[in-house]
Design a protein around this ligand. Structure first.
Ligand code: ZN
Length: 179
């Protein structure tokens, strides 16, 4: 899978799993729970089993984060992010040999805590000073956090879009010269 981790923030890397957002539909890379598991592992979260419910939650979070950061913000989207950022792994009481124990059913590094951490990253990012931008390449649509010193970053990555733009500009100059 053609994953990219150039967003500068984990929450934007998640947003970028819907590729080509400049198109009406975009191109979905989180096509199955297995795909989400692969992405989460590459993003640094040790997850084991990922369910289709987890996938739906991840996509709901992803779209809420994208709308909050690139459109006039909506309270419902903020609520989605807040709920996930605040939801601890589910726990239950277990009586074991006369002793009352609290059993956490999701390990601390499970999917719920991974999505919680990504939601918390969005909470942290939203009011911050570093602007969220959309790649300047017309055919890209990837999001990134601009932490460049002068806030002048244009491309999702130099390797993907920056060099293509430079090559196009060079080609255009050569065309003009040869006319
Ligand atoms: Zn780009």
């Amino acid at each position: 899978m053609d994953w990219t981790f150039d967003g500068g923030r984990r929450c934007l890397d998640l947003v970028n799993t819907l590729r080509s957002r400049h198109l009406a539909e975009g191109v979905e890379l989180l096509t199955s729970p297995e795909a989400l598991a692969e992405w989460l592992r590459l993003a640094g979260f040790a997850v084991d089993v990922v369910t289709s419910e987890d996938l739906a939650t991840a996509i709901r979070l992803r779209e809420a984060v994208d709308r909050l950061l690139t459109q006039p913000p909506d309270e419902a989207d903020a609520a989605i992010v807040n709920q996930l950022a605040a939801s601890p792994p589910p726990a239950r009481l277990v009586v074991d040999g006369g002793v009352l124990l609290r059993e956490v059913s999701v390990p601390p590094d499970g999917v719920a805590s991974a999505l919680g951490a990504i939601a918390a990253d969005a909470v942290d990012l939203a009011p911050s000073e570093a602007p969220v931008r959309i790649c300047s390449a017309e055919d890209c649509g990837l999001r990134f956090c601009d932490t460049s010193p002068r806030r002048t970053r244009q491309w999702c990555s130099m390797a993907r879009c920056g060099n293509r733009a430079k090559a196009r500009a060079h080609y255009a100059r050569v065309q003009v010269r040869n006319r």
